[in-house]
Write a protein that binds this ligand. Sequence first.
Ligand SMILES: [Zn+2]
Length: 301
Amino acid sequence: MKKKFFYGAFSLILIGASAYFIYQNISINPCKKALKYSIGRFDKEFGISEVEFKSYIAKAEQVWEEVLARDIFIYEPDADFKINLIYDERQLETIQKQKTEFGLSVIEDSFKKLDTQFNLFKNNYEVKVENYENALADFQDRKSTYETKVLEWNSRGGAPKNIFESLEAERIYLNSEASRLNAEVSSINTMTRQLNTLLEERNKKASEYNRVAKSYNEKYGEGLEFNQAEYNSGGQINVYQFNTKTDLILALAHEFGHALGMDHVENPNSVMYYLTDTNTETAIVLTPEDLAELKRVCGIK
Ligand SMILES: [Zn+2]
């Protein structure tokens, strides 16, 4: 009896084991069984709230869920699969890079203002100098004509009254023109000093821009390469860095792809490409390569 009873119990266990085996089989295909996740570590230094973070995760889910037309990623507060937002030197570097870029744009703006101001002033200055030079040439012509005539009449012992009066009028005109031209020279000299000051400020700003741009290029010219996010099969997604909202959603969508079992694909525009452009601002669109890889892991024909 005992034996028989034991045999009965054993067969029950066998049924249990075989049922468990079938269950395992089903769970191998992640596209059929939803992945439940929760938020693990959440570092506030990124400057986004947990609610916002969850909304970005939801957007990343949609990238794949829209194609499969079902929920495959589900938020559940106690789920073992964790999505972590981890603040370290990677995001710190990103913030410093953004600050330098902002600083450069401020310097560039004030350089452009100074450059415009300088060129405008230089144009006015050049017109003024040209007018002065023309007036001076006219003055010198008229002065030498006047002097020749005076010498001529003096050698003849004097001019008749009407000639004398017209020469006298010319002398008065030449004197007033001479003082006008002298005033013009002093005004041009003042403008020359102002022009040089503007040029100095403009050049100072240009050097400042060049100096900051050079150090920026030395530091970031090659592009920063680091793990922005990663999926580890132990059951978590870690996000370390992002620039913009779209950048974050793309990183999450990429790691969700790995969580589904997807590998990297070759097209640089693909969500599953191994590298992301840090300045991504465009909407996230799956490429034919992404779709083919999704169909492969989900067993869709
Ligand atoms: Zn990857």
